[in-house]
Design a protein around this ligand. Structure first.
Ligand SMILES: C=CC1=C(C)c2cc3[nH]c(cc4nc(cc5[nH]c(cc1n2)c(C)c5CCC(=O)O)C(CCC(=O)O)=C4C)c(C)c3C=C
Ligand SMILES: [Fe+2]
Ligand SMILES: [Fe+2]
Length: 340
């Protein structure tokens, strides 16, 4: 049997052109700092079974009946305190990171960003990349420390999109980088610079990571270990013998026991025990967001000062600064090897 060359039918989708894409992904944020927008966002986020590991039959009545009727108003108020002219800080910073990485990588690679919850959606941005001719895509969840509630759910969502495709792109995922020298060095350099620029000399550098239910640690999630390792390597890399490092977990949610020690409890305990000058860093967040700008910089300051502290500083995340972008370029180029 011979094969006759065939014309593509008129309705055949465009043939891809071998392009390469990098999709940065962060958590997501409401579209506006008002209760209806926050409610929509929380409904999606907190219905993710990777985030709340309670069977839906038990959890959905609590979520729909209680949480979504009480939390959105409170959270909207918190969001309104950090909202900027460019919108949500998490969105604005992630957009800038994407643009900066595009400049660093040049035209051979198409860089874009998406959010796991809300907009821009992962599925839509993956489709846009493919429509632009990308056949190879690096999916980069911007979480240094792996957890099922963050990293894995990004891969799940991208996989759901791919599951519906006839012609899939090749997909790579950025591994967690909690102990990568590029990340540790970027943090040490950036935090060192920020500490030196303060108008006081801190006695303590508190490293506050986002919390997780303690149960996830016993179920085998490496998140807690990743945070501890980052903290240990960062302390060694910063090499500041006069500074005491303390690791804590913030943003407790719900009734279950969360990883400890808790950031808010520790801030108060430090002040009561006589610490007068403290700086707080949030190395697990790639971009400043509600949890750093409101929970730490506003609430954390009040907690520390009201308990007797005198000087408090919330240090910035790596964001789209030089140290952070050079790190991201290094991590991404390594994963693209063989492709570019
Ligand atoms: C950096 C890693 C993060 C982990 C791990 C994480 C786990 C986690 N979070 C919640 C519940 C909430 N988190 C919220 C905000 C929020 N969380 C992260 C990151 C991690 N979460 C970020 C970057 C943000 C900020 C988003 C922004 O718009 O700026 C919120 C929403 C705000 C609020 O109402 O308090 C909730 C809720 C759980 C349950 C969880 C682990 C299972
Ligand atoms: Fe969170
Ligand atoms: Fe919070």
């Amino acid at each position: 049997m011979t094969h006759q060359p065939q014309q593509l039918p008129a309705d055949h989708p465009p043939v891809k052109s071998g392009g390469i894409g990098v999709l940065l992904v962060n958590l997501g944020t409401p579209d506006a700092p008002d209760a209806p927008s926050v409610k929509r966002y929380l409904a999606e986020f907190l219905s993710d079974r990777r985030v709340v590991e309670i069977p839906p039959i038990a959890w959905q009545p609590i979520l729909r009946g209680i949480i979504l009727n009480t939390r959105p108003k409170k959270s909207a108020h918190a969001y309104s305190q950090v909202w900027s002219e460019e919108g949500s800080p998490l969105m604005a910073i992630t957009r800038r990171q994407s643009a900066a990485l595009q400049d660093l990588l040049g035209e051979r690679v198409r860089v874009d960003f998406a959010m796991r919850y809300g907009n821009p959606a992962i599925g839509d941005r993956l489709q846009a990349m493919m429509d632009a001719g990308c056949e190879r895509i690096l999916l980069a969840p911007l979480y240094p420390q792996y957890s099922a509630a963050t990293t894995a759910t990004v891969v799940d969502e991208a996989s759901r999109k791919l599951a519906a495709m006839r012609w899939q792109p090749s997909l790579r995922t950025l591994p967690p980088y909690h102990d990568d020298p590029a990340y540790i060095d970027a943090l040490a350099k950036d935090l060192g610079r920020q500490v030196d620029a303060l108008d006081f000399v801190p006695e303590v550098l508190l490293l506050s990571f986002h919390g997780m239910p303690e149960r996830t640690l016993h179920l085998g999630d490496p998140y807690h270990c990743h945070c501890q390792k980052t903290a240990r390597l960062l302390e060694a890399a910063m090499a500041r013998p006069g500074l005491r490092f303390v690791t804590t977990f913030q943003s407790r949610f719900g009734r279950a026991r969360w990883l400890e020690p808790a950031t808010d409890v520790t801030l108060e305990a430090e002040a009561r025990a006589g610490t007068r000058r403290i700086a707080v860093a949030t190395p697990g967040f790639s971009a400043d967001c509600l949890e750093t700008l409101e929970e730490i910089a506003l609430q954390g300051r009040d907690q520390f000062i009201e308990a007797g502290g005198e000087n408090f500083a919330a240090l910035s995340c790596l964001n789209d600064g030089d140290a952070g972008m050079a790190m991201l370029e290094r991590l991404v180029r390594r994963e693209l090897s063989g492709w570019i």
